[in-house]
Design a protein. Sequence first.
Length: 241
Amino acid sequence: MNTSDAKRVLETALICAQAPVPVRELQLLFDGQLTQHELTALLHQLVQDWTDKGVELVAVSSGWRFQSRPEMRVFLDRLHPEKPPRYSRAVMETLAIIAYRQPVTRGDIEDIRGVVVSSQIVKQLEERGWIEAIGYRESPGRPALYGTTRQFLDDLGLSSLNQLPEVGGDASAGEAADALAPVTDGAEVMAQPSPDDLPIFRAAAEPPIETPEAPPVHSNLSAASALPASSPDPALQGDIA
């Protein structure tokens, strides 16, 4: 099969796919005739082929997919007008703390925000598929440790946590939530941040403890520093593949 035909097969499969497709599954299209490296090269060629279109081919956390470009949303919304989901300020700040500081417990979140985190906030983020319990802290009560999911990255159109919007080292939970808001499906944020909001990256009140190994999607995030915005990490291709 020549390059042109192979790209057409890939293009058709990805357009018809209902969810992102990893490279290892795309290999099945060619009955093992193409390596992952060769497939990835073809995918990057397709990215260039669609550069001037209203649709783009992107690599997200769980694979490759076609999606409309952000600037097309205003037109598509006219066909299917939908109000963006409304999240309280507390929900968005909780999500931001988990995204930038994971793995964290509810106690860690409460320590940063200075207020109690209700079970409903955690449940809302879990039902959206954006966070999950990835382990338990070896401390009294063995509280659950929370981290973000692949679905969270897919919904944001990201392949790595390294692509989260950059925030300063002294950013508060409110400021981190504001940075995250534009990429969280245009979610509306209600209410204003608390004047007592504490820096999201300040030293934790509890002494350092060992935490269980997190899934690959969480492994490239430092809990002590902000994440710089960057291009997709080539090392992550193993996750996508």
